[in-house]
Ligand binder design. Structure first.
Ligand code: PLP
Length: 397
């Protein structure tokens, strides 16, 4: 038989496996492992949302929807976005329902990027941005963000990495994996550079509703002159506890939307119909009750977040205080270890799984990511085990 591997796309072939998945393949095969690795709510989708999906199946609403998504859902997203971030998008020509934020990121990047283009990717960050830029023919350019700066993009760092080939900047705050957030004043500091250099911003706002300590989420699109150069990518996976329904959306100015829409139309046709009815219920019919259910989940994440901070403090492991999302990102450098050494050691000796920081960028090799989308009981047991693991380390004795 002839070898077909040489026919495969070399860029796709050369992509690394996601560091999160690689590690969790190992963790999943271990009995009774406490996994603090997965970035998904430990809550099921609220029953009222699920019922809307079940009803849609029962009533035979199981065909394709419009390519852009159900009109009622786009209208609901439009008013939700207007209320939440104070920016208006036309449901007819500026809002697209996608298969998770994942699809939104892919088609936004493909709409912008072609051979030779550079896209700025502040790191540490979620795993998909750089591979998607590479697959689109572009070059991902990491901007290393430091713990001392709250893992934010500073104007000085941003300017350093812009070249005549730079087309776009990806902003993802509240951030996975650090829990860092860029507040209004932080965004205002970089906006003039973005405008001056004529860049597009892809703003991944999937964790927008999950911010703590009174920190208010600010969308970069709400700043003066930024709506027309920002693509908001968001969705229902995290705050709405709907990961498996695979539903997200993109809000973009019409000229950008038109291009994104075509890619979506050819690649996907439309997002899953049943999931669209679930999302519609989440945003509309019993919105008041729904939002209090969601706020309650957020408060539980916050309680766990505060518990983790207290425990890291007691253990003496430096951890940036996360202000959003549901991750903590402690630094293990003072133990004389990389995050990978720490994570494998913890898994081997205590059966607790965390993600090594290098899964999120080369500059975070001394960190580990802990998801607090796990019960307080699991977190308590894991932190006790981590404490005894650290106490027994040779570097401590
Ligand atoms: N963006 C970030 C920052 C994420 O952490 C994730 C999932 O972990 C996604 C996007 C993908 O979300 P979705 O489930 O909506 O595709």
């Amino acid at each position: 038989m002839k070898d077909i591997s040489s026919l495969l796309n070399p860029v796709a072939k050369a992509l690394p496996m996601s560091g999160i998945r690689t590690f969790f393949g190992i963790a999943a095969s271990r009995k009774d492992c406490i996994s603090l690795g997965v970035g998904e709510p430990d809550f099921p989708t609220p029953p009222a949302f699920c019922k809307a999906g079940i009803d849609s199946v029962r009533e035979g609403r199981t065909g394709y929807t419009a390519n852009a998504g159900l009109k009622e859902l786009r209208e609901a997203i439009s008013s939700y976005t207007s209320d939440f971030i104070g920016v208006d998008y036309d449901p007819e020509s500026e809002i697209l329902v996608t298969v998770g934020a994942s699809e939104g990121l892919d088609i936004a990047i493909r709409a912008i990027c072609s051979a030779g283009d550079e896209v700025l990717v502040p790191e540490p960050c979620f795993v998909c941005y750089s591979p998607l830029v590479a697959l689109a023919g572009g070059t991902p350019v990491p901007i290393p963000c430091r713990m001392e700066d709250g893992f934010k993009v500073t104007p000085e760092e941003l300017e350093k990495y812009i070249t005549p080939r730079t087309k776009a900047l990806i902003l993802a705050y509240p951030n996975n994996p650090t829990g860092g957030i860029m507040e209004k004043s932080d965004l205002e500091a970089i906006a003039p550079i973005i405008k001056e250099k004529n860049l597009i911003v892809i703003s991944d706002e999937i964790y927008a509703e999950l911010s703590y300590d009174g920190v208010e989420f600010c969308s970069v699109a709400s700043l003066e002159g930024m709506r027309e150069r920002t693509i908001i990518v968001s969705g229902f996976s995290k705050y709405f506890a709907m990961t498996g329904w695979r539903l997200g959306y993109v809000c973009a100015p019409k000229c950008v939307y038109d291009v994104i829409f075509k890619i979506h139309q050819y690649a996907i046709m439309c997002a899953p119909t049943v999931a669209q009815y679930v999302a519609l219920e989440a945003l509309t019919s019993s919105a008041k009750d729904n939002f209090s259910t969601l706020r309650n989940m957020r408060d539980i994440y916050d309680e766990r977040r505060r518990f983790l901070m207290k425990r890291f403090d007691e253990i003496g492991l430096p951890c940036f205080p996360p202000k959003g999302a549901f991750y903590a990102f402690p630094c293990v450098e003072k133990l004389g270890m990389t995050g990978e050494e720490f994570a494998y050691g913890l898994l081997d000796s205590k059966n607790v799984a965390v993600v090594p920081g290098n899964a999120f960028g080369a500059h975070s090799e001394h960190f580990i990511r802990i998801s607090y989308a796990s019960s307080l009981d699991a977190l308590t047991r894991a932190m006790d085990l981590m404490d005894s693991y650290i106490t027994a380390l040779p570097s401590r004795n």
